[in-house]
Design a protein around this ligand. Structure first.
Ligand code: HEC
Length: 196
């Protein structure tokens, strides 16, 4: 069988070699075919095939820009009791039952400073301002469904996180005004790289 194939190939190629024109024509046809195939493959496949276009409603929901002083925080509110349920359902699997960390980093814990040998990543240490937590969670958490929590659910889950960190009393209502006025305990230990 293999010998037969070889024979067939040889006779085919010698018949193409018969005239110089034949070989040029073959080359041109080959190039045309390759170009057409290549071109259509690229056109069909120009995106890496990840994600999808957002519709205008989704886009509007994600357009939240929150600044350190609280500008941009939306209306809505929640407390840690409501937040506890949301936390168990959507966050505890990665961040631990009490924010102590599991598959993903801790969200509460000791208060060792960032400059220490084993810096702590709990919110009380790692976040100089509370309002930006809102935008982070809204945009990024939970990672497999970002943007899925309503604004009030996000306030509620933040209340739960602040409770884990000993920063609020149980039942405290958390909203835009509250987050803007909350003094984070480690805020004075952050320095801009532009300061001495
Ligand atoms: C599938 C695992 C997973 C789930 C579920 C999840 N997270 Fe996260 N979370 C992560 C990972 C991973 C990071 C670190 C991301 C990074 O640094 O880029 C993170 C980071 C964070 C941070 C920033 C921590 C820091 O100080 O840098 C916060 C706050 C947070 N998550 C809150 C939440 C909340 C609230 C929920 C539930 C609504 C949640 N996460 C659900 C995996 C998860």
């Amino acid at each position: 069988m293999a010998r037969f194939d070889m024979y067939l190939l040889e006779s085919l190629s010698s018949s193409w070699r018969f005239t110089r024109f034949g070989s040029k024509l073959g080359l041109m046809l080959g190039l045309l075919w390759w170009g057409a195939m290549g071109h259509s493959a690229i056109a069909d496949d120009v995106s890496p095939g990840l994600g999808r276009a957002l519709d205008p409603v989704e886009l509007k929901r994600l357009q939240t820009h929150v600044f350190a002083d609280g500008r941009g925080l939306p209306s809505g509110s929640g407390n840690s009791r409501q937040g506890a349920k949301i936390y168990v359902e959507h966050c505890a699997g990665c961040h631990g039952d009490n924010g102590e960390g599991a598959r993903a980093m801790e969200l509460s814990g000791d208060r060792s400073l960032l400059a220490s040998a084993y810096p702590d990543r709990g919110i009380a240490v790692y976040w100089p301002y509370a309002p930006t937590l809102f935008e982070y969670i809204k945009r990024a958490m939970p990672p497999e469904k970002p943007g899925s929590l309503s604004d009030s659910e996000i306030y509620a889950v933040i209340a739960r996180l602040l409770e884990f960190n000993g920063l609020i009393q149980k039942g405290q209502r958390v909203d835009a005004a509250f987050l803007s006025s909350l003094d984070m305990p480690n805020k004075d230990n952050f320095r801009s790289k532009y300061e001495d």
